[in-house]
Write a protein that binds this ligand. Structure first.
Ligand code: ADP
Ligand code: GN1
Ligand code: MG
Length: 365
């Protein structure tokens, strides 16, 4: 507690820290709910220790977040909204910085205003929530289209470059650092069979046939907050990966996570299925919110975005398993392998209903 008191005291907050507990289900940063008390009144904040392995350039990362959140806040204010609730909002340090480097644990910390009366779901409880998350991400994409991307740093180069992700997998197979290749031959074969799909979107972006846009790049359901009472979108959060990308990736990543009938790390694969009805729900919400902002080629490749984001995530989990679980936080042995297996099962099912997915996109285009 003394350790955290020192951390929060570096930021522009008032009162005494009365609790600081781990919070949320993110795989990357360490998130805490920090409660401050002043004159008997409690205020919640989000405190995060930034994952410095995933994000070596913390200054660049935080400058990206500062630019995007200040842009969002100004827009929300101009539209008569409440920026403290409808945008992720940084609490600056007492010296006006976006983050604090703590010598004691060599950690990088940041604080956000806690978004009140809102929930980040871990799975779909009702289709309406998924529809609202689609509207939230669609509106966010629209907002970003007005944002000047020039100063944005590509914080993880090639983040959704599936070709590069595949090459990383091949490197890890060759290296076989943990001697695990022998146990995952079926998963490796599954991936190798699909090597030829990796460049489907990458090549369109590289040739300029598909526009490169500033996108969120990590659009899973628990990165959007919905109002606890009305279920309506409140804010899009987790802005670490905002950088140049494709809306097919943002769409696809939401589908990957939200259209599965089971959690991302379900061990029993018989429970993991791709729910096409939820695909319909999300597509309707996303395309309604985006309107004319989506070009024909982007719309055409939305189903590919879903397959590729799911495949890519599967190969990233497999790569991390082979590397000794150094990137994604794990809670048990083989956690990354279980995650890889759910993703590959979903890919298989998406492949089977690809025509149906295309029809649904056409219906809402
Ligand atoms: P990670 O990058 O590790 O996924 P996130 O930034 O997504 O970390 O935060 C993890 C979780 O913490 C979110 O899923 C959400 O439940 C919660 N959270 C994050 N920021 C806020 C906020 N400003 N207000 C309320 N809850 C938040
Ligand atoms: C990570 O940070 P979080 O948990 O929202 C990862 C995503 C993966 C996702 C898989 C920066 O997202 O790319 O799709 O896990 N984020 C980063 O659940 O690598
Ligand atoms: Mg997150």
């Amino acid at each position: 507690m003394e350790f955290f008191k020192n951390i929060v005291n570096q930021f522009q907050v008032e009162g005494e820290l009365c609790s600081c507990e781990r919070y949320g289900e993110g795989h990357i940063n360490a998130t805490y709910l920090a409660v401050m008390e002043k004159d008997g009144e409690k205020t919640d904040y989000i405190l995060q220790k930034i994952n410095n392995t995933a994000f070596p350039n913390v200054a660049g990362l935080m400058n990206n977040i500062k630019l995007v959140t200040e842009f969002n806040r100004a827009k929300i204010l101009a539209n008569g909204g409440n920026p403290d609730r409808e945008s992720l909002s940084l609490i600056y340090t007492k010296s006006g910085e976006t983050y604090y480097h703590c010598d004691e644990d060599d950690g990088y910390y940041r604080m956000y205003i806690f978004i009140t009366d809102a929930v980040a779901y871990q799975s779909i409880e009702k289709p309406e929530d998924f529809y609202q998350s689609a509207v939230a991400f669609g509106n966010f994409a629209k907002l970003l289209s007005e944002f000047d991307a020039t100063p944005i740093v590509e914080i993880i180069p090639g983040f959704h470059n599936t070709v590069k992700r595949f090459a990383n997998l091949e490197k890890s197979i060759k290296l076989d650092k943990m001697n695990r290749v022998k146990d995952v031959q079926a998963e490796i074969d599954f991936a190798l069979k699909r090597k030829n799909i990796c460049d489907k979107i990458v090549s369109l972006l590289e040739s300029g046939k598909m526009p490169t846009k500033v996108t969120h790049n990590d659009t899973k359901l628990n990165n959007v907050m919905l109002d606890v009472k009305t279920g309506e979108p409140v804010a899009v959060i987790d802005l670490d990966t905002i950088m140049p990308g494709s809306i097919c990736y943002d769409f696809g990543d939401s589908i990957r996570f939200g259209c599965s009938t089971a959690p991302e790390d379900e061990k029993d694969l018989s429970k993991v299925n791709f729910n096409i009805d939820l695909f319909d729900v999300y597509t309707r919400g996303y395309l309604t919110a985006l309107g004319n902002d989506a070009t024909d080629i982007e719309k055409e490749y939305l189903p590919w975005g879903a397959i590729l984001m799911t495949f890519e995530c599967g190969i990233r989990f497999l790569t991390d398993y082979l590397d000794g679980d150094v990137y994604f936080r794990i809670k048990r042995e083989e956690h990354n392998l279980d995650r890889c297996r759910t993703q590959f099962k979903l890919v298989q099912e998406m492949e089977k209903c690809f025509d149906k997915m295309q029809e649904i996109v056409k219906k809402y285009s």
